[in-house]
Write a protein that binds this ligand. Sequence first.
Ligand SMILES: [Fe+2]
Ligand SMILES: [Fe+2]
Length: 278
Amino acid sequence: MKSDLERIILDTIDIPSLPTVAMKALELINDDGASINELEKIISQDQSFSARLLRIANSPYYGMNRRIDTISSGVMLIGFNTMKSLVVAASLKDMHRKFGLFEQKLWEHSLGVSVASSLIAKVTKMVQPEEALVAGLIHDVGKTILNNSLPDKYTLVSQKVYEEGAFFKDVEAEFLGYTHCDVGGLIARKWKLPKNLEIVIEYHHTESLPVFEDSAFEALCQIVSVADAICLSLSIGLKGPDNVKVPYNVLGLSESGYNKFLELFKANYAEQKAKLTE
Ligand SMILES: [Fe+2]
Ligand SMILES: [Fe+2]
């Protein structure tokens, strides 16, 4: 079943390429004999990429108590696996073939989900905030890929989403026969992303989750999906249906606790957006 779907996807879309620097970095990380110095050399060749990567690593919501000033100290602190996720997160903006209004909104949505996810992780202590931050940034990578690969069709998808107040996944299934989650999961496996991120990318819209080998995967998925609903309900970035319900009770929050959380989130999002777009 799965492989049929994968074949259909691979027949209709291009395998996206990451920016060269990110591809080289991922190749090196996936190679067992990789050294930190080699990785630093590759990433430092692209000044703006390495600056963006360090900016994400030093975001106050990343959970680090120490400043990461260099790629090598970053790898020592967070490990190769997390560095892999950071490399992909830092590439997202460059992956868009054009950067118009839709791409801007998708970027704002991803940033919003990322800030909300890491704050939820901090408040609930369900997972590490840095894991949640990166998961939020890349959860909708399937939309970026679809938008690059099938620009005309995807414009129709987003038009219908906006006109009818529908969900992207439903309109995608209707127009394409698969969703950004299917595409994202496939690409996550191709890029050999860490398993927790592959699961978030593939299952963040699935209501009853399958049983995963690690229960932390389920917690991360729930956090990102609540963060996604929060951003849709506040119209941060991409718009969704008008009356999106935020299932904050899965986080163990009361209504007043949730309202307080929203104020904290709105202030943090504005601050983070100003920093990342400067
Ligand atoms: Fe999504
Ligand atoms: Fe999303």
